[in-house]
Ligand binder design. Sequence first.
Ligand code: SAH
Ligand code: DHB
Ligand code: MG
Length: 220
Amino acid sequence: MADDTAARIDAYIDDLYVRQDRALLDALAGTKEAGLPAINVPPTLGRLLSILVRTANATRALEIGSLGGYSGIWIARALPKNGRLITLEIEPRHAEVARRHYAAAGVAEKVDVRVGAALDTLPSLLDEAPFDFVFIDADKDNYPGYLDWALRLSRPGTVIVGDNVLRGGSVINPTAGDAGAEGTHRFNEMAANDPRLEALIIPNRNGHDGVLVSVVKAAS
Ligand code: SAH
Ligand code: DHB
Ligand code: MG
């Protein structure tokens, strides 16, 4: 398929299904203005996160990697009024920008930003488990550890999602020393082979990246 057709198909989907209000657009602009990297999920993935949160009937959601709050707004808005999103972020500056954007989007009371390296803060969440929905989107070399923790903090029916699991194809042939690609590939293998999970990678970003969608199975 010619790339321009692929691009026009993407635009067709966006036009029909992705309606971003002022707060979402401001979160993107504000993230950029604050000098944070533009590595938020694309709007279509925000929409998918929202659908999955609702499908899971989630009230307790966990995100690893807040950045400027863009994906968190999609997740928090899909939660019911009494729902809570805990989002983990290592950079205090990112956490501050994210909190500002949650407030502007009207979801501040639903979102709790915890600052620190996620592998250090995850153990403290055992008290607040199980989570109904988990979105993994932080440093890629730690994805295997994040999947272990997501499973520990889950129950049957929990939906676990991971962003950037194809990374431009580098997972197929990780070059030595590319810890991100190796971590993501190991994460993909773990999700594929863990008997507790049913999982699939859905390619996105024109096939250049993908999102792993999985659900914790009930015993059968
Ligand atoms: N989910 C966001 C994008 C996250 S980008 C969105 O779509 O809007 C990845 C984020 O993970 C960055 O903000 C980065 O600072 C954070 N991060 C990187 N390493 C981390 C770690 N060890 N623990 C917690 N957060 C981390
Ligand atoms: C990067 C991280 C992301 O979460 C993403 O969606 C895109 C790029 C990165 O670290 O380069
Ligand atoms: Mg990402």
